[in-house]
Ligand binder design. Structure first.
Ligand code: NAI
Length: 337
């Protein structure tokens, strides 16, 4: 039976790379009944709201969504589509695998996963001006959210054959808030005895992600550290165009390209669809479509290794369509093998 999945093509290059992902999934033999829902800048221009309720309802019903980048209207009090989706669906775990692609600089050997708490910390929006010239931002840490993100990270490690979870914190300075998260993570670790727990202060973790990234395994951390380390990680493997991302909750999951709408190249047919295809691969694992996911993963590695048909952002000359056609060809070969 076909999987019913919400597709949010997004703005700018979003529709171009989303179409590529749809074609690759079809080439892998995955039957999908796409529920296409527009959101973002164009939708806001027409109806005033970049994320209408119909989009949230669709993801809630289908439980899985693949999403392209969405622009956020500047001014007017609009919240970003991503933040609104995360909050509406309580997508508390932001998962970013950081893995080198063949011949993509600067590093060729990185393989780690960042699990970022998505709902609290300094992103709870609790800010106030105490008196003129003195502002305060409250970092919210709860036992409940610390526990569920730690549990998610340990389950992820178990499910993906990763022997170690590294909890990233600053509990030497923020003894109460980060101290609580660390304490809870230690407790959760005792419930997962096959996975080793490593503890690391966030500044040391940043250095280690550059010096010896593969010693870290699955990193689990609060919102702000996770935000910064996620982009640091992407930078080590070529940038945001080469890493997939997912926002996962207990009832729904949104898989997305983490790069932006690239207005400078939108409509030119030259965008690199790798990130959204990789995000679709993450989604296939969640859907239990392991063979199709493996075939696409192998094909991406082969295409980058051969470097015959790659896009301009990494020094090739292929259009999005040419890149996608080659990827589909390789996927079919791997499926038949
Ligand atoms: P951007 O990621 O759109 O672009 C930065 C640079 O990377 C540009 O030169 C662009 O051409 C290039 N680039 C990005 N993705 C590419 C791809 N797949 N293939 C080839 N080149 C690619 O970042 P920017 O300019 O800061 O943001 C533009 C818009 O995107 C903003 O409106 C922002 O709000 C939105 N945005 C949306 C995100 C999302 O929905 N996940 C995330 C980040 C930004």
């Amino acid at each position: 039976m076909a999987h019913r999945i919400t597709l949010i093509p997004g703005d700018g290059i979003g529709p171009e790379v989303s179409e590529a992902a749809q074609e690759v999934l079809a080439a892998a033999g995955v039957a999908v009944d796409w529920d296409v829902q527009t959101a973002g800048l164009e939708v806001a221009r027409v109806g005033g709201n970049p994320l209408p309720d119909r989009v949230i309802d669709s993801v809630r019903t289908n439980r899985f969504a693949l999403k392209g980048p969405c622009g956020t209207p500047i001014g007017g009090g609009f919240r970003s589509v991503n933040v609104s989706l995360r909050q509406a669906l309580d997508l508390y775990a932001n998962v970013r695998p950081v893995k080198s692609l063949p011949k993509v600089e600067p590093r060729f050997d990185v393989d780690l996963v960042i699990v970022r708490e998505n709902t609290e910390g300094l992103y709870a929006g609790l800010e106030l001006m105490i008196m003129p010239g003195v502002a305060q931002s409250i970092k919210l840490t709860t036992e409940r959210c610390s526990r569920r993100i730690a549990e998610f990270a340990f389950r992820y490690a178990e499910g993906h054959g990763r022997p170690r979870v590294t909890v990233v914190h600053k509990a030497n300075i923020m003894k109460i808030s980060d101290g609580l998260a660390l304490e809870v993570t230690r407790k959760v670790a005792t419930e997962h005895p096959t996975i080793e727990l490593k503890e690391m202060i966030v500044d040391a973790a940043a250095m280690m992600m550059v010096k010896n990234p593969n010693s870290l395994g699955v990193l689990v951390t609060e919102n702000l550290y996770g935000d910064i380390l996620s982009d640091l990680g992407a930078g080590t493997v070529g940038g945001l165009g080469f890493v997939p991302g997912a926002n996962i909750g207990d009832d729904a999951a949104v898989f997305e390209a983490v790069h932006g709408t690239a207005p400078d190249i939108a409509g030119k047919g030259i965008a690199n669809p790798t990130a959204i295809v990789q995000s679709a691969v993450m989604m296939l694992h969640h859907l239990g479509e392991r063979a199709a996911a493996d075939a696409i993963e192998k094909s991406i590695l082969q295409q980058y290794d051969e470097r015959k048909v790659v896009t301009r952002d990494i020094g090739g000359s292929a259009s999005t369509k040419e890149f996608t056609a080659e990827l589909c060809r390789l996927v079919r070969l791997h499926r038949e093998a």
